[in-house]
Each structure stands twice: as structure tokens, then as C-alpha cells.
Design a binder for this molecule. Structure first.
Ligand SMILES: Cc1cc2nc3c(=O)[nH]c(=O)nc-3n(C[C@H](O)[C@H](O)[C@H](O)COP(=O)(O)O)c2cc1C
Length: 220
């Protein structure tokens, strides 16, 4: 697969099939992930691939509780705004994300693979996400959908115990990336255009270019 196709079409693919992901495919995703850079090449990371159905089922209620917490707290005001004006473009966008997230919560037991990432003592805070994104890009190249989730952090104690993570070694659960073969279709990620979020030379100065449409599109 062309690298740009992977970059443009790797999206939050939450609706996936329960079909198992072959271990050779998992190997390629994992081995691509650990090629990623980390500060000082410290590689203070661990990855935990959960495929055991009982383990996934043990985590599911905590995932659902975490999502309930998300809607009731961080997103409460925004969801109230959706109820007040459901046809506004922002409301439609948030409602679509909520449907997708709720699907993930309701069907969590069916995910064939949970890809957990942990870090330790990373003063930059940024050394784990290149590896996680590489895993998601490699998954995309394999036709496997993925969605990056961090919300399980609110249930970290419970999940770390289920996963058997030692409590005294400094490992932090950074994210859980459910993976599986997609139910839906791949599409180009919708984002604000580059020139609206980028400057040139000095903060606030225009980029000097307009990039209204994605520079990669299927079949282009
Ligand atoms: C740091 C980070 C944390 C995220 N946490 C969650 C999460 O807890 N649950 C979830 O469903 N999605 C989570 N996401 C996924 C975003 O919601 C998703 O990337 C965004 O809505 C764009 O989706 P799209 O690529 O399909 O357009 C997270 C993404 C990032 C980068």
C-alpha cells in the first residue's frame, strides 16, 4: 500500500468484525510498531496484545463504565448542546462520533484484538505515540481497522490488575487500541484544511498557500 493512502485513510475504525486476526498479521503490526522512534531510543515501552476472549470480556464492563463517565462529565455540556440543536453541523458530527463510540462500548467483547501500549519514565510524554500510530498504519496496510482509545485510564487500577501489570515498576497504561477487520469502508479522514491550522515564519501569519482539498484521494 502507498504510504499516503495509509496516512490519509487510517481513521477511528470502531465498527469491526469479530473474526480473529492471524498471528502473522499481528506479528507484522507489532514489529512495525517497535521500529518507531522514542526519545534517546530508550524504548521504555511495552505492548500487550489481548486476544483471549475471557480477558477481553473482563475488560469490557470497565470500558463501558469509562465511556459512561466520559459522556456524563467531559462531554456533558457538548451533548446538551447537541440535544438543543441537533441539526447544527457540530451537533451532527458529535452525534456521529457518539454513535460510533457507543457501538464500541456495546460490542467491546467482540473485538478480536486489544493492542495495549505502556510507557515508563518518559519525560517527553511523547515517546509512545509514534509506535502506536505505526501500529495503526501497519494495521491499515493489513486491512485491519483500529481505534486509539485513552479513556480506560479512568479505570486503570481495575484494568492493570486484570492484565497482571506489576504495580511497582512504573508502567503507565497509555492507550488501548481495539483492532479488527472493518464492517464499514475506508475513507479519507475529515479535518480542517492545513492552511487553517498552520502559519509561516511567525505565529498568525498566513501559510501563503491554500490547501482546500486533501492532496491525496482514492484513485488520484
Ligand atoms: C490521544 C487520543 C485519545 C483518544 N481517546 C479516545 C477514546 O478514549 N475513545 C475513543 O473512542 N476514541 C478516542 N480517540 C479517537 C478520536 O476520537 C478520533 O481519532 C477522532 O475522533 C478522529 O476520528 P477519525 O479519524 O475517524 O476522523 C482518541 C484519539 C487520540 C489521538
Amino acid at each position: 500500500m502507498d504510504v499516503y493512502e495509509a496516512l490519509y485513510t487510517t481513521r477511528a475504525m470502531r465498527r469491526v468484525r469479530p473474526d480473529p486476526i492471524p498471528t502473522e498479521v499481528q506479528d507484522r503490526i507489532l514489529d512495525a510498531a517497535i521500529r518507531a522512534p522514542s526519545g534517546g531510543n530508550m524504548q521504555q515501552w511495552r505492548f500487550l496484545l489481548v486476544t483471549d476472549r475471557d480477558q477481553v470480556a473482563r475488560i469490557a464492563p470497565h470500558y463501558r463504565a469509562a465511556i459512561d463517565f466520559l459522556w456524563d462529565t467531559i462531554y456533558a455540556d457538548r451533548l446538551a448542546a447537541v440535544d438543543a440543536d441537533p441539526d447544527a453541523p457540530e451537533s451532527r458530527q458529535l452525534a456521529a462520533i457518539k454513535r460510533s463510540v457507543d457501538w464500541a462500548a456495546a460490542n467491546f467483547e467482540t473485538y478480536p484484538l486489544l493492542f495495549f501500549a505502556f510507557d515508563r519514565g518518559d519525560t517527553t510524554g511523547g515517546s509512545i505515540f509514534p509506535a502506536v500510530w505505526s501500529a495503526m498504519l501497519a494495521a491499515r496496510a493489513e486491512g485491519v481497522g483500529s481505534s486509539l482509545t485513552t479513556i480506560l485510564a479512568v479505570k486503570a487500577d481495575e484494568v492493570l490488575e486484570i492484565l497482571g501489570v506489576p504495580a511497582d515498576k512504573g508502567w503507565r497504561m497509555v492507550c488501548c487500541v481495539p483492532m479488527g477487520y472493518p464492517l464499514g469502508r475506508w475513507g479519507v479522514a475529515k479535518r480542517r484544511p492545513a492552511h487553517e491550522v498552520a502559519y509561516r515564519d511567525r505565529w498568525g501569519e498566513p501559510l501563503g498557500r491554500e490547501i482546500p482539498e486533501p492532496l491525496w484521494s482514492p484513485g488520484a
